[in-house]
Each structure stands twice: as C-alpha cells, then as structure tokens.
Design a protein around this ligand. Structure first.
Ligand code: ACO
Length: 370
C-alpha cells in the first residue's frame, strides 16, 4: 500500500518586536513609499538580544506538535531548515531536539536559504514513503537580522525573523506532498551570498573589517532569476501531480517580494484570490516564510482541511523548489499539551553558552531600541 505524509499540525512563532518602515527611515536613506511599492513590505518582526534560532524553532514546533497531538518522544526525525543557526557547529537541529525533550530522536539541519522548507518537506516525504519513518517534525526558522548589514538599505529592509513548523505523519490516505520540483543553479551564487564565516573566509579581523559577515545581494539579478524560475517550477509541480491551476485551492509562495509573487501567479494562471500574501507584516523570513504563511492561511480561513495547496520558493544557491501538498483530516487521536515544563529552561537566554555576553542584535540600531 502506498504511504503518504499528511501534515497534521502546524505552528509559528514571530518575535514580538515590530520594526516598521517608518522606524527604518530614522536610520537609513529609505522611505515607506519606496519599500512598499518595490517589495510590498510594511513591517517586519526582529528578535531581541539573547533570543536564538533554536528558541524560536522550539516555540513554533511545540504548537505544531500540540496541534498534531504528537509527543516529541514519538517523533522519528526532526529536520530544521535554516541558514541562520545558533552555531556553525553543533547543528541547531540537535538543540531543537534536546529542547523539545525528543530524547535520542534523529535530527539534522538543512541549509538551503529560502528554499529550505520546501526541500525539507520533500525530504521528509521520502522518509515516510519508504517506510523508514512514521512521524517527522519539519521546522523553517531564521534570524536573518543577525546577518544583515543594518546600514545597507538594499538588503536590510527586506528581511525579518521568525519560525514555522509542521508535523508530517504516515497515512494511507492520499495526502501530503503529491509532487515536488527541486532545482539549483550554483553559477549565480554570488548574487546572494554571506561571504564570511565559512572555510573560504574564516572569521578574522580583516574579514570583519571588510564586512564579509553580512549578506550581500544583487537585487536585480535575484529578481530576474526569481521571475524566470518561480512560475515555471510551479507549473512543473502541477503537471507532475496531474493537476491544473484551477485544482489548486491556495497558492502559498515564499514571501520575498510581492511583485515576484504576482508574476509567478500570473504565469501559472492563478487568480489573486487564490494567492496568499502576508509579506507586508513579516518581510522575507527566508526558510520560515512558507510555514508562517501556511499557519496564517489556516488562521484566516483562507486554507482548510481537504485543500490542495501549492508552495513555491527561490533563494540562495541559487535554488528553487515547488510542491503540491494536500492536507486531509488527521485520523490520529490528539492528547493534551506536553511542553509547558520545557519552556522555562529553553527560554532562558544563552542556555548553552552560559558565560557569553548577550549578543547585540543589529536591529538594536533601529530607533525603537535606542
Ligand atoms: N530605499 C530607497 N531606495 C533604494 C533602496 C531602499 N531601501 N534600496 C535601493 N534603492 C535605490 C537603489 O539604490 C536604486 O537607486 P538608483 O536608481 O539611484 O541607482 C533604486 O532604488 C532602484 O534600485 P533597483 O535595485 O533597481 O530596485 P528594484 O526595483 O530592482 O527593487 C529590490 C530592488 C526590491 C531589492 C528587488 O530587486 C528585489 O526584490 N529583488 C529580489 C530580492 C530578493 O528577493 N531577495 C531575497 C531572495 S532569497 C531569500 O529570500 C533569502
């Protein structure tokens, strides 16, 4: 019998601190009108000093697990998609595993920029289809605010922090990832890159002075790339699933730029009422953007159980990914909450490196925090 991976729970966490375009006007040569018309972004959520990627991942994950009625110890695998982990090593997925109390559960981190969540979803589906796993937690989380130059108006206005998570469970009911497309073109790597901190430019005073520790982006090239691949990737995923645009109930794209989303939807013949957009509130939260949007789509009644959804993303690599996902009724029993006891421990700052000074968030330069 064919095995499917139904999505039975979802959750999100965004930091409470909101930085508006007007706030950014105080420190940057930018303005609300430019940001809104060019990107669709009005505000973004930015973490406070001391918050970490593992913490926000755990917060999103516990909601998703609660909704699915899955205790962390019953997970078979945890995949965390992020390009802004707590540390280069250990992998942040192990911090999430430990923080959830998912004792000895296998965990890995998938580093793929903004396409990370869709790559993780497609990967999880394979573990379930093969019979290797029954229940998988997938998290997309980013603290991009720690890796942008808050003096670079071409990048910093675009990004926000946040996390989203889903639980995927084996079932014989056709559901979950019905089709997916994964693509990569490394020849465009330099258009979206964080050059420092890896093996090529390891941390050094010279590399810090040269500003290699911040994201650099050639916005125009990324824009051209995105408009070239998104609509096509979406159409390919529909074709592979044997579906037409009219069979899709809601299109949930990566939230990077509303103009890119509009073009992709037009290319795939999806009308605006079938397109979910929340970029105005969060900016680009990279690997977290699709799971956060998924949660909001359900909260707002735009998505419902039984729907067929289409996800599409693009990002660093350069990479792209799309998936057609059907969400059906959860047939598993849902017991009550398990996580309260763990929260206090994991929400104490710097729990792992107890003697380190709290990090100064780049966004602390914004007027709100001054
Ligand atoms: N405020 C005011 N002016 C600005 C700003 C700003 N924040 N940023 C750039 N400008 C200026 C530029 O300097 C330029 O001025 P000039 O004409 O005097 O040289 C002018 O605005 C136009 O710049 P463009 O780059 O041509 O503007 P464009 O319409 O292309 O929009 C943008 C720029 C929003 C970055 C767009 O190219 C884009 O969205 N690209 C894709 C970016 C993206 O999605 N990145 C993330 C993808 S991967 C991931 O999600 C992690």
């Amino acid at each position: 019998m064919k095995r499917y991976g139904n999505i039975t729970g979802w959750g999100k966490y965004v930091p409470s601190r909101v930085v508006t375009n007007a706030d950014l006007e105080q420190t940057l040569d930018t303005n609300d009108e430019w940001i809104v018309t060019r990107t669709g972004i009005r505000e973004r959520h930015i973490v406070e000093a001391g918050e970490s990627t593992s913490q926000i991942s755990i917060a999103a994950a516990r909601d998703a697990l609660d909704m699915a009625g899955v205790h962390p110890k019953d997970l078979d695998l945890i995949i965390v998609a992020t390009s802004s982990p707590d540390y280069l090593t250990p992998p942040v997925s192990s911090q999430v595993q430990d923080g959830l109390g998912a004792k000895n559960v296998g965990a890995f981190t998938l580093v793929n920029g903004c396409t990370g969540f869709v790559y993780a979803l497609a990967t999880a589906q394979q573990f379930i289809s093969s019979g290797a796993c029954e229940t998988i937690l997938i998290v997309g989380a980013e603290l991009t605010s720690r890796f942008v130059d808050w003096n670079d108006r071409e990048t910093c206005v675009l990004f926000g922090d946040g996390a989203g998570a889903v639980v995927m469970q084996a079932t014989d009911v056709p559901s979950g990832v019905l089709s997916f497309v994964l693509g990569s073109d490394g020849s465009g790597a330099e258009h979206l890159i964080l050059p420092g901190g890896g093996a090529v430019h390891p941390p050094s005073h010279e590399n810090l002075d040269a500003g290699l520790h911040s994201v650099r982006m050639n916005g125009r090239e990324v824009f051209k790339f995105a408009t070239r691949v998104l609509g096509k990737a979406l159409r390919q995923a529909l074709h592979q699933a044997g579906l037409e645009a009219e069979d899709i109930d809601l299109f949930i794209p990566h939230q990077a730029n509303v103009r890119i989303i509009d073009r992709a939807a037009r290319f795939a013949n999806l009308p605006p009422e079938k397109v979910f957009v929340n970029i105005e509130k969060y900016g680009n939260t990279s690997a977290a953007s699709i799971p956060i949007a998924l949660c909001e789509a359900f909260e707002q009644g735009r998505a419902k159980i039984g729907d067929t959804l289409a996800f599409v993303a693009f990002g660093a690599g350069l990479t792209w990914a799309s998936a057609v996902v059907k969400i059906t009724e959860n047939t598993q029993p849902v017991p009550k909450s398990w996580w309260q006891g763990l929260v206090s421990r994991w929400f104490s700052p710097n729990h792992l490196v107890s003697n380190s000074a709290p990090q100064k968030t780049p966004a602390d330069h914004t007027p709100e925090a001054n």
